[in-house]
Design a binder for this molecule. Structure first.
Ligand code: PEP
Ligand code: MN
Length: 365
């Protein structure tokens, strides 16, 4: 259930309404949108009548029941206001959200050695990426395949971060590694295979580190949103959803089917930002640019692209990795097309800073 407040409701009244909600045994969660202040009521609201809640204060505009099983994740919970995930990196404050420029995350599937990760970091930065991705702990189908260099790869990511100022996105597979990963990562990735690892979701939910939550390869949209709900319910609102392709019956030509229809579907269901990963989504480097552009046209908030200095020699996911030169070309197309698709209205710095302040307010209240 959510309480939508009338414009200009005094802070003292918001506090009083929250206290009343608390007395009913529900948890009040305030969010401040551009147009409305909303108080989400978390808990078992089934027995409460919205009309009785409405009587708590004349400043209450309306009380709405959130029908979906995902509550905090739902678009209704913020009364239609998209959320933004703010990530400070050494270079800049990057914002993922519908009213901000598309954020580019790129880099190799795995961190293989110092030279390749530093070289890739410099190249993707020069091309315009804001984040370097690279796996230290790799979820591989075969136990005999390269499993990632683990802790030593985390130090190499830290070195690449220092050398370039790029933010780092890297995957955590095990709750035992979370602390080490969080020291280096600006965004923690939960991979497709762990989307329903509920203890891991609760653990990343208990920190405030931004999380990139990949869609499980056979997960329904509702299961995916319920996984995000675990993270939000544990107290971390900084979740970015990442579509990476779903299992396909046609393994001959593509590795997965990239489900771009999730973009408009998610827009109608959730306020969370959406990233698209066309690399795992197709599994084939030559199909990546077309699908990246399609995702851009469909309105994604971020793209994750695998880039390797020598894909033929990659220890994992070489066939789907672009070379740095191919990535340069794609970034050029993205820059041109972003202007054509300029319904996103890239915001100027001042608006971004205002948004940061406003968002921090809503995240901390
Ligand atoms: C990856 O990002 O390299 C990865 C393993 O992704 P996914 O979990 O989507 O397979
Ligand atoms: Mn990969």
């Amino acid at each position: 259930m959510i309480i939508v407040l009338k414009p200009g409701t005094p802070q003292a009244e918001i506090t009083r309404i929250s206290q009343e909600v608390d007395k009913l045994g529900l948890i009040p969660e305030k969010s401040v949108g551009k147009h409305k202040v909303v108080i989400g009521l978390v808990g078992d609201t089934a027995e409460f009548d919205p009309l009785n809640i409405q009587e708590i204060s004349p400043f209450i505009d309306r009380v709405i029941r959130v029908e979906q099983p995902f509550k905090r994740t739902s678009l209704q919970f913020r009364y239609g206001e998209p959320s933004a995930v703010i990530v400070p990196t050494p270079n800049e404050v990057v914002i993922f959200g519908q009213n901000y420029p598309v954020v580019i995350i790129s880099g190799p599937c795995s961190v293989e050695n110092e030279q390749m990760i530093i070289e890739t970091a410099h190249r993707v930065k020069a091309a315009g990426a804001q984040f370097l991705r690279g796996g230290a702990y790799k979820p591989r189908t075969s136990p005999y395949a390269f499993q990632g260099h683990g802790e030593s790869a985390l130090s190499l990511l830290a070195a690449a971060r220092k050398a370039t100022g790029l933010g780092i996105v890297t995957e955590v597979m095990d709750t035992a590694d979370l602390e080490k990963v969080a020291e280096v990562a600006d965004i923690i990735q939960i991979g497709a295979r762990n989307m329903q690892n509920f203890s891991l979701l609760k653990k990343v939910g208990a920190s405030c580190k931004p999380v990139l939550l990949k869609r499980g390869m056979s997960a329904t949209i509702e299961e995916w949103l319920m996984a995000a709900e675990y993270i939000l319910a544990a107290g971390n609102p900084n979740v970015i959803l990442c579509e990476r392709g779903i299992r396909t019956f046609d393994r001959q030509y593509t590795r997965n089917t990239l489900d771009l229809s999730v973009i408009p579907v998610l827009r109608s269901l959730t306020h969370l930002p959406i990233a698209i990963d066309p690399s795992h989504g197709t599994g084939v480097a030559k199909y990546v640019p077309a699908m990246a552009i399609a995702a851009l046209a469909t309105g994604c908030d971020s793209l994750m692209i695998e880039v390797h200095p020598n894909p033929a020699k990659a220890l994992s996911d070489g066939p789907q990795s672009l070379t740095p030169d191919q990535f340069d070309e794609l970034m050029h197309q993205i820059a041109v097309l972003s202007k054509a698709f300029d319904y996103r209205h890239p915001t100027d710095l001042r608006t971004v800073q205002d948004a940061v302040r406003q968002e921090q307010l809503s995240l901390t209240v």
